[in-house]
Design a binder for this molecule. Sequence first.
Ligand code: ADP
Ligand code: ADP
Ligand code: MG
Length: 671
Amino acid sequence: MLRKVLIANRGEIACRIIRTCHRLGVATVAVYSDADRDALHVSLAGEAVHVGPSPAAESYLRGDAIIDAALRAGADAIHPGYGFLSENPDFAWAVTSAGLRFIGPSSDAIRAMGLKDAAKALMEKAGVPVVPGYHGAEQDPDFLLDEAERIGFPVLIKARAGGGGKGMRRVENAEAFREALASAQREASAAFGDASCLIEKYIAHPRHIEIQVFGDDHGNVVHLFERDCSLQRRHQKVIEEAPAPGMPEDMRRAMGEAAVKAAMAISYSGAGTIEFIADASEGLKPDRFWFMEMNTRLQVEHPVTEAITGVDLVEWQLRVASGEPLPRLQDELFISGWAFEARLYAEDAERGFLPATGQLVHLDLPEELARVDSGVRAGDRISPFYDPMIAKIITRGPDRQTALSLLSSALSEVRATGVTTNATFLRRLTMQTDFVEGKPDTGLIDRHLSELTFHRAPSREAMALAALELSGTLQPKTANDPWGGLSGFRLWSQASDFVELDDRGHHVPVSFASTGEGAYAATVDGKRVDFSLSRSGDGACLLEVEGSKRRVHLVSGQRDVTIFGDGENWHFGLLDPLAGEDEAADGGDRIVAPMPGLVKLLRAVPGAAVAKGETLAIMEAMKMELTLAAPRDGTIAEVLVAQGEQVVEGAMLLTLEPEDGEPEYGEPEDG
Ligand code: ADP
Ligand code: ADP
Ligand code: MG
C-alpha cells in the first residue's frame, strides 16, 4: 500500500479522498491556495502545503509547484481528484518522471481520450458504437455544412477539446449552421485554446447513461454498472442515479461489454467512465446507445456507484496505484438497491442560476438521511475562484422510490443562509412527475424550468412569524441558540407590535398581538391571520394555522431571518427606517455586475455610441458565461473596470450618458 498521498485538489473531493486514505492508514498531504487557507480539506489532512494565490491557474493548476510539494513532503503518490490537473497527460507524465505514482491511468491513456475526435476514431476501430457524425480534421465551414447535411439535422457541434458542456451548439437547419459553427469555434478557442469542432447527429430523446470502469496493471478490466445522468442543465449534470431506470438486462450487458472493450483498447488502469448517449424515444434498446467520450478520472457522481455496489472507489484507486490487482472481478460485482446524488450549489435558480458567493453563515446538511460529501462548513466563504459546489447529497434505498423519497426529504432539510443555494430547485425536481416515473431525459429540466425555478410567495403566516422573530417577541431563546446570548444587545429587542418587513425589496407592514399562550393575531399587508406556535431548541417551530400544524425552521441573523419550510425558504430583512429610497432611480444608465466573476471581455470605450442589445461586456464565473448588453441606445460615459478584472456582485462596470432631456445627476466633471 502507498504510505503518503498528496491530494492535488480542494473542496469536497479532496475531503472525500483524505477520508479513505485515513481509513486505510495512508498519510495525507493537502495543497491550498490563498483563498483556501482555512478550508476544510486543509484541516482534515495530516499536513498541508501552500501552493499559490487564489486563481486556480496560479495554484491548483501549477503542476510543478504541486510535484515539488509532494517531493518535499515525502509523499509517494499524487491523487488529482477531478477537474484541475486530473485529465492533463503532461502532468501525469511529470508526476511519474519525478518518481511518484500518479493515481490514475497512464499519460498515454489520458492523451488517447483527451480529444473527442481522436477518441471517437479510436473507439470506432475498437468496435464500440460511436455517435454518427464527422470527427475528421477538415474544418472548412462549407465542408462541415455538407457533412451536417449528410448526417441530417438536427446536429450537435462540439469542441473536440471540450468539457463542462462548453463549445456545444445544437443546430436545427442548414441556415443556422454557419453562425452556430462560428460561435462554437469562438467559445472553444477562448476556453480550450483549440477551435476545432466535430459534428454529431443530435440524438432524439437523449438519455446520458455512463458506465464506471476499472482496470489494473495486471490486465484486468471490470465495469461497475451504469449511472443515469440525464437530468442536466446546459449539458451539466444536476441529479444522477444508479442504476438507470427502465434499463433492460440485455442493454446493461451490451453497455458493460462495450465499456470494457473501450477501456481494454487503451490498456486502461484505474477508475474511468465511458459516457454514452442513448436514444430513448422507444424505451432503452441494446442497439441504441453510442459512445460520447471517456473521462479518465474519478467522476463527480461516483458515490451512486459506491452506494449500489458497496465498493469504495477511492480505495480501489489506491490499491491499483500501489500495484495490487482489482479487489473484485466481474462475477463478484452486483447491483444492490438504488441510489441518487444531487449537486447542491451556491447559485440562484430564480435568477437564471447566477453563481452566488459570500459567507455561508448557517449551514445544516441532512447527515442523518443521506451521505453528505461536502468541502465546506458554516462560516466558510464560497469564493468566486472555484466551482461553487457546497455538497453532494447521496441517498440509497432498497428501491428507486424509497431512495428518491429520501433524497426529497434530505433536500428539504438543507438549511443554508448567507449564500443562495439551489436546494429548492433540486427538491422540486425530485417531485417532478416524469422524473418520479423514471423517465428522465436531458431536456426535462429545460421543458419544466419555470415550475422548477419560480419564486413561491411566502404565506402570510410565514411573514407574521418573521415579523415576530425580528421584533424580538419570540425571546427568550434556549441556551444553544447562537443568538440567544446576544439577545440583550439586539437592536429592536423589545416586543413590538408593528414591524415593516423587507421581502426582496418589497415593504410589508405587519402588526400583531398576542391572543394567548403562544397564540397570535397578525395583520399582514392589510389581511388578518391567526396562528399559534411552539418553539423547540434548534430553531424548529411548530406552526398551527386553522387546526393544521407544520414544522418550520427559523434561522436568524442580526437584522434578518430566513424561514425554512416545505422545502422552500424565504428571507426577510427588517426595513431600515433611515435608509433612503432614491437609489436605482436612474437604473438604465448603469451596467452592474449581476454576479461575482471575471470581466472576460470589455467592448466599451468612453464616448462610443452603442445600440440597444449590443454586447458591452462578457462576464465569466466558474460555471457560467454571461453577456451584458446595452439596455438602450446611447453613449458610453464611463468605464470603471478593466478586462481581466475580478469583480464582486453589484460592482458598477460602466455607465451610459443620461438620455436627452434627462436631468444630469452624475459628477459634474466634464460639463
Ligand atoms: P462534455 O465534455 O462537455 O461533458 P459530452 O460530449 O460529454 O461533453 O456531452 C455533454 C452532454 O451533451 C451530454 O451529457 C448530453 O446531454 C449532451 N449530448 C452530447 N452529445 C449529444 C448528442 N449527440 N445528441 C444529444 N445530446 C448530446
Ligand atoms: P463529471 O463528468 O465527473 O460529472 P463534471 O464534468 O460535472 O464531472 O465536473 C468536472 C468539471 O468540474 C471539471 O472539468 C471542472 O471544470 C470542474 N471541476 C471539477 N472539480 C473542480 C474543483 N474541485 N473545483 C473547481 N472546479 C472543478
Ligand atoms: Mg461529458
